[in-house]
Design a protein around this ligand. Structure first.
Ligand SMILES: O=C(O)c1cc(=O)[nH]c(=O)n1[C@@H]1O[C@H](COP(=O)(O)O)[C@@H](O)[C@H]1O
Length: 294
């Protein structure tokens, strides 16, 4: 089994089967460079790749991504909705993407953006963050808008099993500021999310397993990330207009924890495996030289 872990059964109810997520992520990023590629099988991309917009086309697309990227790129982020839209056949493909990417050494961040009342959150934690579940990934995205505390079952399941979470803090979409920049007493909502994550990550070495999502397109940071001690997933560069220079300017001394994420900008290089891999490596090298990451 690879260092990114697997969906294998745990030895006991409490023993983690793998190293803590922050340590695993740090190791893979130091080996492969700071890049997350999103596996987002948009219908338009399927067409562009000469594939049908059906479960067979999805499978071809997704497994080509795995073949091209899973043994080179640090983190792969399948977006669940693009698989769900094909029903059970799509979920079977998603299960394969998770398992085969992990076998090739990539960390799999399943983008499901979950957030629910505590008791239901426990069911999501069982589905995505618990050994033995066919959809268990190395990490998932979470939405904190039912209150950060409602995420507790997912945070506990992740910690217990060496998995991670990435909580939406400042998202890349234009509608985000009306909620995320709103004030909650003296702090913005986004800052309360940062502070809650920082509290959970305090003292964990090399970094904690509670990451945040901060889009490359947000303009100005407006939050203090100094105490976060966790990874920052940064989508929105490329297809959404964010640039590597935006990332460098935004994150300053938190730059070493930044994991830029790109989907369409890399995926449009397909369908040839070699071209797709080359585009991912070119993107990674551009990130390294723009951020001085390694
Ligand atoms: O959580 C995410 O991944 C995410 C958060 C965010 O603020 N903005 C954002 O674009 N994303 C996701 O990142 C991917 C961006 O895709 P591209 O714009 O094609 O690079 C999509 O899967 C989005 O759902």
């Amino acid at each position: 089994m690879t260092q990114s872990g697997s969906n294998s059964q745990s030895n006991s109810a409490s023993a983690p089967t793998r190293a803590p997520f922050g340590a695993r992520l740090t190791t893979v990023v130091s080996q492969r460079g700071p890049l997350c590629v999103g596996i987002d099988p948009h219908p338009g991309l399927l067409t562009q790749w000469g594939l049908a917009d059906d479960a067979n086309g999805l499978e071809r697309f997704a497994m080509t991504c795995v073949e091209a990227l899973a043994d080179e790129v640090a983190v792969l982020k399948p977006q669940s909705a693009f698989f769900e839209r094909y029903g059970s056949k799509g979920i079977v493909v998603l299960e394969r993407v998770i398992a085969e990417s992990q076998e090739a050494g990539a960390i799999v961040l399943l983008d499901v953006k979950r957030g629910d009342i505590g008791s239901t959150m426990a069911a999501y934690a069982a589905a995505y963050l618990t050994d033995g579940s066919p959809l268990a990934a190395d990490a998932i995205t979470l939405s904190p808008y039912l209150g950060f505390g409602s995420l507790e079952p997912a945070l506990q399941a992740a910690e217990k099993s060496g998995r991670g979470v990435f909580v939406l803090a400042l998202t890349s979409n234009p509608e985000a500021p009306e909620i995320q920049r709103a004030l909650n007493g003296p702090r913005s909502i986004a800052q309360t999310v940062v502070d809650a994550a920082a509290e959970r990550n305090a003292g964990v070495r090399p970094i904690g397993g509670i990451g945040l999502v901060v889009g490359a397109t947000i303009g100005a940071l407006g939050v203090d990330l100094d105490a976060l001690n966790g990874p920052l997933l940064v989508p929105g560069f490329g297809a959404q207009g964010g640039t590597l220079s935006d990332i460098r300017t935004l994150f300053g001394k938190s730059l070493h924890n930044v994991l830029p994420a790109s989907s369409r900008d890399v995926l449009k290089a397909g369908p040839e495996v070699f071209a797709l891999r080359s585009e991912a490596l070119r993107t990674r090298d551009a990130i390294v030289s723009a951020t001085g990451h390694h």
